[in-house]
Write a protein that binds this ligand. Structure first.
Ligand SMILES: Cc1cc2nc3c(=O)[nH]c(=O)nc-3n(C[C@H](O)[C@H](O)[C@H](O)COP(=O)(O)OP(=O)(O)OC[C@H]3O[C@@H](n4cnc5c(N)ncnc54)[C@H](O)[C@@H]3O)c2cc1C
Length: 365
């Protein structure tokens, strides 16, 4: 006999785990993960920051609502962010401040003197920055574990090493099959990250055009050691960011290389570009390249996430396209996702979010 569920969520990264936790008090939930360990793919590879401007104004309501939840839960620790520019970038930096101040973000224009206080050995040509004091580090593993534990406590059945290979709608319900198991569910959720479009095709639904873009991060030992209170420092032209991690530095060249859904690995060239860009910003010596990794950030064509029922495929729900903001938006996104999926009303976490903005209808009608 097949196991029968109300909801089958495919993918147990941050998206699937958080949605399972939000749904499980109201429904019988199955969470299916291809890998041995939930979080092995993009969720386990993030740079772990909460930055209000990241993803732009369309993502901001999700980030802000999630910020309150993350702060109250103890998942954030203060970091601050500097979006820095050279003199030639000043108009861009000022534009950044204007845009996000209008959206209620605490952001302020800083000049060179204030920058050198915060970033030691900053090269001379960096003269201005947009300062976001509220930016924070996120305890990603803690948040993911919280959601998995909450899902487990409320009765979610988790299957790992279970890559869904067959999905079929039959007599008003979905039948799912993986190598050594199967199940039935009234509703299926596509939380498959980089695999989201492929999973839609497996279900006979139309793909949206969600593209996995590869991003690289390296961990460096440097002289000087990065100060513990070094802000997240991002290029205003989106070509690098770095922040301290203990007494090491995490650095990314902010790459967005089109890739395929797979276990992403860093390319030597991207590692070299990252270090070269950092050396143009600060006069620091790289003593050792200790770790490198890459992950896939998946974007819909308009770079906004996709939450809601597919208008053509009955009982097929999209929870995908979390791009570079799927951790910092997870609490509000998961609550909103559960409300849309199960027909629950908005609450304090979601009342300021316009769900229409993220509806898959915008691509599939
Ligand atoms: C380098 C980097 C830095 C980042 N930094 C940040 C940051 O600072 N802040 C932030 O908010 N976000 C950040 N992100 C983005 C964030 O990590 C993602 O938005 C988020 O992890 C996406 O979660 P997900 O659950 O959708 O994807 P994933 O974690 O990839 O989970 C999808 C899961 O679906 C499973 N799956 C796929 N197909 C099937 C199938 N057929 N059957 C069963 N299971 C299947 C996969 O195995 C996978 O585990 C960063 C990403 C990268 C790569």
């Amino acid at each position: 006999m097949d196991e029968v569920f109300d909801v089958a969520i495919i993918g147990a990264g941050m998206a699937g785990a958080s949605l399972a936790a939000e749904c499980a008090p109201h429904a019988r939930v199955l969470l299916v993960e291809a890998e041995d360990t939930p979080g092995y793919h993009t969720t386990g590879r993030s740079a772990a920051f909460w930055e209000e401007a990241y993803g732009g104004p369309g993502v901001l309501p999700l980030t802000e609502a999630s910020g309150r939840f993350l702060r109250d839960g103890g998942y954030l620790s203060p970091r601050g962010a500097l979006n820095i520019g050279r003199e030639v970038d000043r108009a861009k930096v000022e534009g950044f401040v204007d845009t996000f101040a209008k959206h209620g973000v605490t952001v302020e224009l800083l000049d060179r003197a204030a920058l050198t206080d915060r970033v030691p050995c900053l090269r001379e040509d960096w003269t201005c920055a947009a300062w976001e004091p509220d930016c924070a580090d996120i305890d990603v593993a803690g948040l993911h574990q919280h959601y998995l534990a909450m899902a487990n406590r409320t009765g979610t059945v988790l299957r790992v090493r279970a890559r869904v290979e067959h999905l079929e709608r039959d007599a008003g319900a979905w039948r799912l099959r993986w190598r050594d198991g199967e199940a039935r569910a009234s509703l299926v959720v596509n939380a498959a990250g980089a695999w989201a479009d492929g999973l839609a095709e497996l279900a006979g639904a139309r793909p949206i055009g969600i593209r996995p873009l590869r991003r690289t991060v390296v961990q460096l030992r440097t002289s000087p050691v990065p100060p513990a209170d070094l802000p997240l420092t991002l290029g205003i032209n989106e070509d690098f960011y770095f922040k301290p991690q203990g007494d090491r530095l995490w650095l990314s060249p902010h790459d967005e290389t089109p890739d395929i859904a797979r276990d992403a690995a860093p390319e030597e060239l991207d590692v070299a570009v990252a270090i070269d860009r950092m050396e143009q910003v600060v006069d620091w010596k790289v003593d050792a390249l200790e770790r490198r990794w890459a992950g896939l950030r998946s974007f819909a064509p308009d770079r906004l996430p996709v939450y809601g029922f597919d208008p053509q495929a009955a009982g097929f729900f999209w929870f995908a396209g979390q791009g570079g903001f799927g951790i910092q938006t997870a609490p509000a996104a998961a609550r909103l996702g559960a409300q849309l999926l199960l027909g629950l009303g908005a609450d304090a976490l979601t009342e300021r979010i316009d769900a229409k903005t993220y509806d898959p209808d915008r691509f599939l009608r």
